[in-house]
Design a protein around this ligand. Structure first.
Ligand SMILES: [Zn+2]
Length: 287
């Protein structure tokens, strides 16, 4: 007979032995819990050591992140801050944090508004908003249709009713639209009076005038400049850049939409906002 079985049987007749065995088992459980806790603390220690190293190098600093809504550390990993200035908690980049900052400060209570976001690549807005919807663009699919559970919308011809959305968000989408003049008109059509289009776009500091890079024609796409692509959360992962926007960007948007666009371009490292293409644009529809 195996030793544990003998011990178990004996303990049924000897109360003091039973208590000792129970005590032993309790200690074993506690030992396992402590070993697990030790692993957690080791991870925590390694994380803090890495953080201290980064802090001593001067490329990491503390601040408040509007994307994950907590005090955090921001890390600069290279000179191109647009992509290399990250929140260590949520991995957001400056333009994303700036857009959330604008929502938090200029649209207080936005979490309860009707918000639509075109082509989101993350859930930074969605995670805080009760009435949030999102869509993606699929070539050849009509607005309002669904493909594999994804709501499709073409910005140039939206399926939404007039005056139905409080805030329409586009983050780095307008440089991929063939007809931005149609897109802004459509967005303003679906906005409620007093609503706003809140958006980011790479506005080139080196360009005076905005120019199309590619045009649609009967034969397909005419490339006016060398084809350039950005990442795309859907399709083949590539989105053709159709426009280079320059210094006249807001004037163009206003001329196309008939509205007035405000530009927010502050540098504020306390909230992790600095670097290239951090601008947030807001076009408001009058009440
Ligand atoms: Zn964050």
């Amino acid at each position: 007979m195996a030793y544990p079985v003998i011990l178990k049987r004996l303990s049924q007749h000897i109360p003091v032995l039973r208590r000792i065995i129970n005590e032993r088992d309790t200690l074993r459980v506690e030992r396992a819990q402590l070993a697990s806790k030790l692993l957690e603390l080791t991870d925590e220690r390694d994380h803090l050591q890495a953080l201290l190293q980064n802090l001593s190098k001067g490329n990491t600093h503390s601040g408040y992140c509007h994307c994950c809504r907590q005090n955090t550390f921001f890390q600069i990993t290279g000179t191109w801050l647009r992509d290399e200035y990250l929140c260590l908690h949520c991995r957001s980049i400056p333009r994303q944090r700036h857009l959330q900052h604008i929502l938090d400060t200029r649209f207080v209570g936005w979490e309860n508004l009707t918000i639509h976001e075109s082509s989101p690549s993350n859930d930074f807005v969605a995670r805080w908003c009760q009435q949030y919807s999102a869509s993606q663009y699929f070539d050849g699919v009509k607005s309002g249709e669904w493909v594999n559970g994804v709501h499709c919308e073409n910005l140039e011809c939206l399926s939404f009713n007039d005056n139905s959305i409080d805030i329409f968000i586009t983050q780095d989408v307008f440089e991929h639209v063939f007809h931005p003049e149609l897109a802004v008109r459509e967005i303003h059509r679906v906005l409620k009076p007093g609503g706003a289009h809140v958006f980011t776009v790479p506005k080139l500091s080196t360009a005076e005038r905005s120019e199309p890079r590619a045009r649609l024609s009967a034969g397909g796409i005419d490339y006016l400049k060398e084809a350039s692509y950005h990442g795309n959360p859907v399709g083949d992962g590539k989105a053709l850049v159709t426009w280079d926007y320059g210094a006249d960007f807001e004037r163009l948007i206003d001329a196309w939409s008939g509205l007035s666009t405000s530009t927010y371009a502050e540098v504020n490292r306390a909230i992790g906002v600095d670097g290239e293409f951090r601008e947030v644009f807001v076009s408001r529809k009058p009440l």
